[in-house]
Design a protein around this ligand. Structure first.
Ligand SMILES: Nc1ncnc2c1ncn2[C@@H]1O[C@H](COP(=O)(O)OP(=O)(O)OP(=O)(O)O)[C@@H](O)[C@H]1O
Ligand SMILES: [Mg+2]
Length: 270
């Protein structure tokens, strides 16, 4: 298989391999991209929860981004967990230097087991500085609630919250509906010109560890090889859906999904 494009991932490590930088690398690779990384934190976790989070120094995170990009320029950047104000500031500084505009931000705040991963002031910095730089932001419902200070109960609320996020300066918003308790999941893509709703049947499983990381990385990969945004989101959602559907059922908690299902997607969407 020939490598199609390059993606830089800025995110935390998940020792259990289902989410974080491990999920990101698997996704980019499975979809034919070349993955590079800047690690922001090292977590000890399994499918049942997070034990510890060891932050990497902001200076070191910035160095990983700048030194890597100086040599191999990424086509897109995917940003995951940034746990502190200092980290966000140093990532913003690095991004200003490398001038890549296709940035996908997954504003990770809480792990699937409920552990809060970032500080309150980090959320403010994200809102005031980083969101403005993003091409696409992909919050889930609880994250969108924190960022917009509103409660999201239905599709109308989701659209309203997405509009607020656009006003923060993101070019596009994909608000994920995975947390809604319903038979169908609606993910909504919104920008100044249009709204697109992706509707899928909710798969009955507790094995959804890393769905959000995987989705943002897959969209970043599709974007990196030149696919338009709407198509990239459609393909990314499909990839995650198939990955959930074929999950290996590992672990005693929220198990990982199957990142190796790209073969099916390739045949279908060539
Ligand atoms: N049970 C499910 N069946 C089908 N699709 C799902 C299911 N759960 C999540 N998804 C899809 O997975 C993608 C990620 O959404 P989700 O809301 O789970 O993100 P997230 O909460 O950020 O995930 P994470 O907890 O891994 O960070 C979305 O496209 C969503 O529709
Ligand atoms: Mg998430």
């Amino acid at each position: 298989m020939k490598i199609k494009s390059k993606v830089l991932i800025i995110a935390g490590s998940d020792s259990s391999g289902g989410a974080g930088i491990q999920a990101d690398i698997k996704t980019v690779t499975a979809l034919g991209g070349y993955a590079m990384t800047a690690i922001t934190a090292v977590t000890a976790q399994n499918t049942k929860g997070v034990k510890t989070v060891i932050p990497i120094k902001p200076k070191e995170i910035k160095k990983q981004i700048l030194y890597t990009c100086k040599d191999i320029k990424p086509d897109t950047i995917k940003i995951g967990m940034l746990h502190s104000t200092q980290v966000i500031n140093s990532v913003v500084k690095a991004l200003n230097k490398i001038k890549i505009t296709k940035i996908v931000l997954d504003p990770v705040m809480v792990a699937k087991g409920g552990t809060r991963l970032v500080s309150q002031s980090a959320i403010m910095t994200l809102k005031n500085f980083l969101i403005k730089k993003t091409y696409l932001i992909t919050p889930n419902i609880p994250e969108a609630e924190v960022l917009t200070n509103m409660k999201i109960k239905n599709l109308r609320d989701m659209i309203y919250a997405a509009k607020i996020l656009l006003n923060f300066g993101a070019k596009n918003v994909l608000l994920k509906g995975g947390h809604k308790k319903s038979k169908y999941i609606e993910d909504i893509l919104l920008n100044k010109k249009e709204i697109k709703i992706f509707k899928n049947k909710k798969i009955k499983t507790r094995n959804t560890h890393g769905t959000g990381c995987t989705l943002s990385s897959s969209i970043a990969t599709f974007l990196s090889c030149g696919k338009p945004l709407k198509k990239s989101c459609e393909l990314g959602i499909k990839y995650v859906n198939q990955a959930i559907g074929s999950n290996p059922n590992y672990g005693k908690g929220h198990g990982p999904i199957n990142h190796l299902n790209s073969i099916i997607i390739k045949k279908k969407f060539k």
